[in-house]
Design a protein around this ligand. Sequence first.
Ligand SMILES: C[S@@+](CC[C@H](N)C(=O)[O-])C[C@H]1O[C@@H](n2cnc3c(N)ncnc32)[C@H](O)[C@@H]1O
Length: 208
Amino acid sequence: MSEQRDRWAELTAGQAGEEYARRFARLAESGHDIHGEAAFCTTLLEPASRVLDAGCGTGRIAIRLAELGHHCTGVDIDSSMLAVARRDAPSQEWLPGDLARLDALGLEPRFDLVLAAGNVIPLLAPGTESTVVRQLSAALRPGGLLVTGMGLDAAHLPLPEPPVTLAEFDHWCAQAGLVLRQRCATWSGDPYTEGCGYAVSVHARPAR
Ligand SMILES: C[S@@+](CC[C@H](N)C(=O)[O-])C[C@H]1O[C@@H](n2cnc3c(N)ncnc32)[C@H](O)[C@@H]1O
């Protein structure tokens, strides 16, 4: 496990699962589309692809991707979040684990897509980000995709200021052998322009 607690744990003390699920249930009830990430990912995937939802939380996205026909594994370090995922989709694979030590879970590194949505990257433990990106890259098959969504300003983060810049993130991806393929400002695919508060990035692991 990381020596320092992740920023999510600092914010929530590991108790956020039920409230997080209720927040999205309320959004869905009021007519918001809470499946933008899954819809975005599925446009990048062949039918019945293998997806790793890294920092899956309550399983909101992995459950939807499974409904869309993909094979999803969810990994998260927060047991209150995973408890909701297990309750809502007991037949899916939910693994407790630290993304900085993903290799310790013994997963076969053959995922078609690894997803880190919902500000997982900015909410990691400080100083572990480049290690996590390397671990996520290593879980991909050649030609596989890393898809991330992260806030770049306080309006798009549950933090007073962004701990990670896009330039730093791209640098960690390049160090991990990943190539930027696409960048949007939203999960609906709106074009990214310099200064946007949110970035959806698709990095590819080059095919051998
Ligand atoms: C804001 S939640 C997003 C959950 C989910 N991806 C979603 O979009 O609904 C951020 C998640 O990242 C997870 N996380 C942060 N650091 C982690 C780490 N080192 N290993 C595994 N999960 C981590 C947290 O436990 C939390 O569930």
